[in-house]
Design a protein around this ligand. Sequence first.
Ligand SMILES: NC(=O)c1ccc[n+]([C@@H]2O[C@H](COP(=O)([O-])OP(=O)(O)OC[C@H]3O[C@@H](n4cnc5c(N)ncnc54)[C@H](OP(=O)(O)O)[C@@H]3O)[C@@H](O)[C@H]2O)c1
Length: 287
Amino acid sequence: MARTAFLGLGVMGFHMAGHLARAGHQVSVWNRTGAKAAKWKKDHKGEVAKDPATAAFGAEFVFLCLGDDPDVRTVFDALEPSLGAGMIVVDHTTASAGLSRELHERCKAKGAHFIDAPISGGEAGAINGKLTIMCGGEESAFAAAEPVMAAFGKKMTLIGESGAGQLAKSVNQICIAGIVQGLAEGLHFAEKAGLDAAKVIEAITGGAAQSWQMENRWKTMVEGHFEHGFAVDWMRKDLRITLEAARENGASLPLTATVDQYYADVQAMGGARWDTSSLIARLTRDA
Ligand SMILES: NC(=O)c1ccc[n+]([C@@H]2O[C@H](COP(=O)([O-])OP(=O)(O)OC[C@H]3O[C@@H](n4cnc5c(N)ncnc54)[C@H](OP(=O)(O)O)[C@@H]3O)[C@@H](O)[C@H]2O)c1
């Protein structure tokens, strides 16, 4: 069993830290808003630290699950005095590959290790402990962290060097953007054509157009319910990171850039916290 720290008890981190404690690891948690840490302590076995450095002090593994690049930088700056030789910092935030490489170097300077480890699977995946985790970093650090991440992950893959996990997460988000827009247009077309959406989905699910989004989101899309799932604000953050990376590596992402603007429309419609499947709302609005 490992000595761990978990910094960031949001929608995802709260449950992930809980799985670590349930698996028998020693867990010291910290959250900017203290009330969430206090709630965590009520539900789980573990300690609440007063700041990131105290949480990380003496830990073998320090997990982060924050919002965006500036948040990770702020918390990393605060924990840096506690970085020690052999410590492994695992960042589950969806952030930029450039930041991962920078923090990898800052860890290395202290004999510590850094793994970028963005997650996929949504809140349900965090609750069930079945997240998919895409990792970048050194093989030895990944090998040491993998059995600990297994407390909340069902599939951990080392993609490559530092930053590769974040770049793989971008691939995931590029694919989702295109799939959701295609599904939105398909369902919108079905409605305009006077078809029964349930019958159409029954006929085509399992065929070449099958997707997780089709299986899990078609009904709420048709009904116009979006108060669940992965928020448009977070998706726009991920697509910003992705489009910036594409400008650096020269990838051509015309569809992703267009869908990003469609999500801006959804934000303007008041859908900042709606699920990403709300792309269909702009089509029905314009219809
Ligand atoms: N939610 C999902 O379905 C999902 C799925 C896959 C990936 N992700 C990614 O996972 C990450 C976390 O998502 P989430 O849904 O758990 O987000 P969330 O509920 O908004 O939680 C964000 C966490 O980061 C902390 N935080 C933000 N800015 C901070 C700062 N400047 N200093 C210190 N702490 C700060 C927040 O603290 P406070 O409590 O004080 O605000 C909170 O603990 C994001 O990068 C997201 O893109 C999310």
